[in-house]
Design a protein around this ligand. Structure first.
Ligand code: FNR
Length: 185
């Protein structure tokens, strides 16, 4: 069974470096044999979590996201670091989905990446993101990918200018797809 991966960026802006990295990572995962569905969180009008809204029936956007997560084996999240953590837009998705039973994220595999113009590449945000994902039963891949100085890291064709970084991204994508394939076997 082909590994099915749902992928989204934690940045909503069009010129986002994380969206660039998402596109590239998705193409590496596809090369490694996975089927990747990229979604744009701008397309989901998800209100801020409020239990009163849940009590009246889940919003359509969270139902759609739940279906998408359930239909995939794994998630790829490529997100900026905001104040050493991860953006509220991602947390809001996690909080909404965490309220369904069975837990949509339970038993899924997770691959985390970040990009930042800074020197740490947004890596601290990924450590924060692991916590709620693990709380919901996601098997978060031990290796993560953080792209530092991301405003200078891409070549014109959207690949990474530095060969060593390209090779690392490719190898991580291959490892992750093998992990999901093994679990599916
Ligand atoms: C940032 N940025 C940032 N960068 C970083 O490396 N560590 C951080 O803690 C933060 N904190 C932070 C908070 C907020 C609210 C904003 C808006 C930005 C800078 C951030 O990495 C930069 O704007 C990236 O370009 C955002 O990612 P996208 O939108 O380009 O994908």
């Amino acid at each position: 069974m082909v590994a099915k991966i749902l992928a989204f960026s934690g940045s909503l802006r069009a010129a986002s470096v994380n969206r660039k990295l998402l596109k590239l990572a998705a193409s590496e995962l596809r090369e490694a044999g996975a089927e990747v569905t990229i979604i744009d969180l701008n397309d989901y009008e998800l209100p801020f979590y409020n239990q009163e809204l849940q009590d009246g029936g889940f919003p359509e956007a969270s139902d759609k996201l739940r279906e998408l997560v359930e239909a995939h084996d794994a998630v790829l999240i490529v997100t900026p670091e905001y104040n050493f953590s991860f953006p509220a837009v991602v947390k809001n998705v996690l909080d909404w989905l965490s309220r369904y039973r069975p837990q949509p994220f339970g038993g899924k595999h997770g691959l985390l990446m970040s990009a930042s113009p800074g020197f740490v590449g947004g890596n601290r945000g990924l450590w924060a993101l692991r916590v709620p994902l693990e709380c919901m039963g996601v098997h978060v891949h031990p290796n993560m990918f953080s792209l530092a100085q991301a405003n200078k890291a891409f070549a014109d064709d959207g690949t990474l200018a530095e060969d060593a970084l390209s090779a690392r991204l490719k190898s991580l994508a291959g490892d992750f797809v093998s992990r999901v394939d093994k679990a599916n076997a």
